[in-house]
Design a protein. Structure first.
Length: 319
């Protein structure tokens, strides 16, 4: 058995209306790329599946699988992920069930209490998951692994401390994981664009807003790819998928002001012709001058996505 299955649950409850479009699951794509150097990996995005997923079709897809990873935020992804895990347990009880993502990372002990959770990966999993899978494949327990929480054989649990790496596990290119996905399903139209695709060029945020989990999850750290790497990736995505716009899923694209301006300069000088948008803290975005904002829009920037803040100075002081 040498295969790993990564499951991305739907955000929707049963019977609710489907969203206008399906965002690309960059988290599991990054994990697939990291684990794919040692194991055969299949990604299942529940949002793209029909009703046969939990029926006979799943039994076939579980052949040679020794571990299943489930990613979840605090949403219906939890209930949908548990329903999938329950079916895995019924079909192949020997398969280890590994949970990760925002909710398990922030609440590992609570997550481990559920009988359909064997192991929790805490934080970003690109470094942790391949090593964890290697241990499990050899029949070993992750007894001394940082960033891993698991149930002890005799009862109880062990919560491993997270690694204090100077740099986050951000690869030099984000496009490698795309090959594990059904890419045509994630390209959509909207906001005046014909073919938009999601991409991630950075992670983290230097702020610690109380309404946002990003600061707690990344310990107020931010790390981004170099502009040249991002530009090369976008060249590739435009050539491969004929996109005309890119949505940056970065937690805070504009955290590095000079990087954002340099990137816009490269777009203006190049010939990609892509429109783009990204997220920013309001106080941070207001520091751009009129000239700099003009330079951004001239490069194809058409929309800023801002976190919910306040126009009241006292309230801002508490955020």
């Amino acid at each position: 058995m040498h295969k790993v299955l990564l499951f991305y649950p739907s955000f929707e409850d049963e019977g609710t209306e489907a969203p206008l479009y399906t965002d690309i699951p960059l988290s599991v794509a990054a994990l697939a790329e990291a684990a794919g150097t040692q194991f055969e990996v299949e990604v299942i995005d529940e949002r793209l599946e029909d009703g046969s997923l939990l029926a006979g079709d799943l039994a076939v897809r579980l052949r040679d699988v020794f571990a299943v990873g489930i990613s979840a935020t605090t949403s219906a992804q939890i209930t949908n992920g548990l329903r999938f895990a329950r079916r895995i347990r019924e079909l192949a009880p020997e398969i280890r069930l590994i949970w990760g993502g925002w909710h398990p990372s922030l609440m590992p002990e609570e997550t481990l209490m559920h009988p359909l959770v064997d192991i929790v990966v805490i934080g970003q999993g690109e470094r942790i998951l391949p090593r964890l899978l290697d241990r499990l494949k050899r029949g070993e327990e992750p007894s001394d692994m940082p960033g891993v929480a698991y149930k002890l054989p005799g009862g109880g649990m062990r919560i491993g401390k997270t690694e204090k790496a100077e740099r986050m596990p951000l690869p030099e290119s984000m496009r490698g994981g795309y090959r594990y996905l059904r890419m045509s399903e994630y390209i959509h139209e909207g906001w005046g664009n014909r073919r938009i695709l999601g991409y991630e060029s950075s992670r983290g945020c230097p702020y610690a807003c109380t309404f946002c989990s990003i600061g707690a999850g990344f310990k107020r750290r931010w790390q981004g790819l170099g502009c040249e790497n991002v530009y090369r990736d976008l060249e590739y995505l435009k050539e491969q998928y004929d996109i005309d716009a890119v949505h940056f899923f970065d937690n805070n694209f504009f955290a590095d002001r000079e990087r954002a301006l340099k990137f816009s300069e490269m777009l203006r000088a190049g010939c990609l012709g892509l429109r783009w948008d990204g997220a920013s803290a309001v106080r941070q975005f207001l520091r751009f001058t009129h000239q700099e904002l003009t330079a951004l829009t001239d490069s194809g920037f058409y929309r800023v996505i801002a976190g919910v803040e306040s126009g009241d100075a006292d309230v801002l002081g508490h955020l």
